[in-house]
Design a protein around this ligand. Structure first.
Ligand SMILES: Cc1ncc(C[n+]2csc(CCOP(=O)(O)OP(=O)(O)O)c2C)c(N)n1
Ligand SMILES: [Mg+2]
Length: 662
């Protein structure tokens, strides 16, 4: 006899209670409350094949309420994924177990995205749903035809980013996106009434979503609501009324079950209440067998899909697209053309010029901007807007939703088959930052086109002039920050970002920059992170390190220093992360032994000097801006902050005198 839905769900409850108990840490309440709804979703709707978590046409499931990680670990184990094993679950939250505190996409196939920072799961799901519709438009129903399901908690629907995500999904009419809201009226501090009285359903409806309600503790009713949601052409929010910690007789319905072990006595009482055997990590044979069958349910559809793929004329192209490798064969011909007509150009414009070549050569790119298309230069001529009428378009008008854009790009990148890039002003990386961090943590290939990268943006003044941004972004692991100095470097940095298995930020200027790289070379010099752009002519006394717009200034200053017989190298440093990854011999070649006080190292960057001692040494000279900017035309602002060749030469020569460098 087939076990009841409630018995299937109780297996989730049992594992969640026991794992949290064993770890004496974690969140039992959410998985226990949503176990029935998840059972309805996984047994009756979710298209997946536990034997192949990477099947490209699987439905995507995102546990936005990532603290309830035991819900997804239980489901992956029960349905027969290779990992987590029961042993992994026994070691929930312990060093080395892939059943980490929160679900991590790099720990377990079957975890589509990393969640835990509330709200971002919903926003990444929007990106997944966009990628699905886009690839469907490109490859057709035979190859791409799946849905995106989300479980979100009260917290996810309070966070600001959900507002951006809801707006974007409603606007793009992402009808295959279904969000199940765990409406348990509880958060950590207690009842949601402490902090919320908004009409959540009304808000989604205002965002042009379809909404419905169900008894989240009744799998049949959840099933009904999901069917309704699937039938509606709009994205759907399903309000699942649940009880947090359902089954724990003395604690259910209270915040006490949210984020702490229930305790031995309460676990025992819950087992009685739920009709479970009084054994740890125990799943009855018939229940496990039924769940394993659920894990195989998608096998038939998977096999049919494989047949269609084999018969498709576009098989190889589709697989290559999903594989995600891209060539940089566009780079050399593009740079060659550039060299024929060198002229001053802003790197944001140079980025657009490179993108013309990139978007023509790489059909996987999907561009966009948070309402600064004309300023970020992100839209190339051939890109059509991606709209409900044309999901095949490759340009997204994200609106003024930097965080939502960044999170959606994470979802798109992790869906696979597309390479998202999106723009805003560099200063507004602050608005997108939590998603940039998740790009990095998840190694999502997202390319951030961040223009107006310094006081060089001019008149918009201090609110818009980044100061601490470059260095603070460089501090983030698994993120490459590029600040190219001219059009050639910009193209090289684009090539590197497109081939990286992680996110990149391109920091680009508003103002024109002189061409500095005027000779064609075989190598992508930016790949080295830093390289000698100009070697000293006199005996070397100074090494100037500069990035982006300040390289041009460094070159002019160096020429003056040479005039005073002070030999000066100029090192362009478009990417500190890449330079740090070079072999020691190369780094020492560029920056000879830091304790050598005969050679003065100088850094120039129109931003904070914080951290530059890493390359100048403590006895070096750091030229930058350690305060907020000014509202003035760019050249006046540069002059005001002493970032002109003349003023820099004076600072360097004065500094050399005080340090006794001859
Ligand atoms: C951005 C962010 N802020 C704060 C937290 C810490 N936190 C984790 S769960 C939670 C409460 C969430 O409430 P709800 O979504 O209703 O979950 P439930 O208590 O119902 O399981 C908070 C504040 C977080 N994970 N992410
Ligand atoms: Mg809640």
């Amino acid at each position: 006899m087939q076990p009841t839905d409630r018995r299937l769900a109780n297996a989730i409850r049992a594992l969640a209670m026991d794992a949290v108990e064993a770890a004496n840490s974690g969140h039992p309440g959410m998985p226990m409350g949503m176990a029935d709804a998840a059972t309805a979703l996984f047994t009756r709707h979710l298209k997946f094949d536990a034997a192949d978590p990477h099947w490209p046409d699987r439905d995507r499931f995102i546990l936005s309420a990532g603290h309830g990680s035991m819900l997804i670990y239980s489901l992956l184990y029960l349905t027969g994924y290779d990992r987590p094993t029961l042993d992994d679950i026994r070691h929930f939250r312990q060093l080395g177990s892939p059943a980490a505190g929160h679900p991590e996409n790099f720990e377990l196939p079957g975890i589509e995205v990393t969640t835990g920072p509330l709200g971002q799961g919903v926003a990444m799901a929007v990106g997944m749903a966009i990628a699905e519709r886009h690839l469907n438009a490109v490859y057709g129903d035979d190859l791409v035809d799946h849905r995106t399901f989300v479980i979100a908690g009260d917290g996810c629907l309070m966070e600001g980013v959900n507002h951006e995500a809801v707006g974007l999904a409603g606007h793009l009419q992402l009808g295959r996106l279904i969000v199940l809201w765990d409406d348990n009226s509880i958060t950590i501090d207690g009842p949601t009434a402490l902090s919320r009285n908004e009409d959540v359903i009304g808000r989604f409806e205002a965002g042009r979503w379809h909404t419905s309600e169900c008894d989240g503790l009744n799998a049949d009713d959840v099933d009904r609501a999901i069917k309704e949601g699937l039938a509606d052409p709009r994205p759907s929010l399903i309000r699942c009324r649940t009880i947090i910690g359902f089954g724990a007789p003395h604690k259910q319905g209270t915040a006490a079950t949210h984020g702490a072990a229930l305790g031995h006595d309460e676990v025992e009482a819950a087992r009685k209440e739920l009709g479970l055997e009084d054994k740890d990590f125990f799943v009855p044979d018939d229940v496990l067998t039924a769940w394993r069958a659920v894990g195989k349910r998608g096998g038939v559809e998977h096999a049919l899909w494989k047949d269609r793929l084999e018969q498709s004329e576009r098989r190889d192209e589709f697989l290559a697209r999903l594989n995600g490798k891209v060539s940089d064969s566009w780079l050399k011909p593009y740079v060659h053309k550039l060299m024929l007509d060198l002229k001053p150009v802003a790197t944001r414009k140079a980025s657009e010029m490179a993108l013309e070549a990139i978007n023509a050569a790489i059909p996987a790119t999907i561009g966009g901007s948070a309402d600064l298309t004309g300023s970020n230069n992100t839209k190339t001529k051939d890109l059509e807007p991606l709209t409900p009428e044309n999901y095949g378009g490759r340009y997204i008008y994200y609106g003024i939703r930097e965080f939502g854009m960044a999170a959606a790009m994470n979802g798109m990148a992790l869906h696979g088959g597309v390479i998202p890039y999106g723009g805003t002003f560099l200063v507004f990386t602050d608005y997108a930052r939590p998603a940039i961090r998740l790009s990095a943590l998840q190694r999502a290939r997202v390319i951030y086109v961040m223009t107006h990268d310094s006081i060089g943006l001019g008149e918009d003044g201090p609110t818009h002039q980044p100061i601490e941004h470059l260095q603070s972004l460089r501090a983030m692991p698994q993120l490459d920050v590029y600040r190219p100095a001219d059009a050639v470097e910009t193209a090289e940095c684009w090539a590197l970002a497109l081939q990286a298995e992680k996110p990149s930020i391109l920091a680009l200027t508003r103002q024109n920059l002189a061409p500095l790289r005027t000779a064609e070379v075989q190598e992508n010099l930016c790949a080295l992170g830093a390289y000698r752009l100009k070697s000293s002519e006199n005996s070397r006394k100074v090494i100037i390190l500069a990035t982006g717009s300040e390289v041009e200034i460094a070159v002019a200053a160096a020429a003056q220093l040479e005039g005073q017989e002070i030999g000066t190298d100029v090192v362009s440093m478009p990417c500190t992360e890449r330079f740090d990854a070079q072999p020691l011999e190369y780094r020492e070649e560029i920056l000879p032994d830091v304790s050598n006080r005969e050679i003065l190292r100088v850094s120039i960057e129109a931003g904070t000097t914080f951290g530059w001692e890493r390359y100048t040494g403590l006895h070096g000279l750091r030229i930058g801006i350690d305060r907020f900017g000014v509202s003035a035309p760019a050249s006046d602002a540069y002059d005001y902050f002493g970032l002109t060749p003349d003023k820099i030469v004076v600072r360097i020569t004065d500094f050399m005198k005080t340090r006794g460098i001859q």
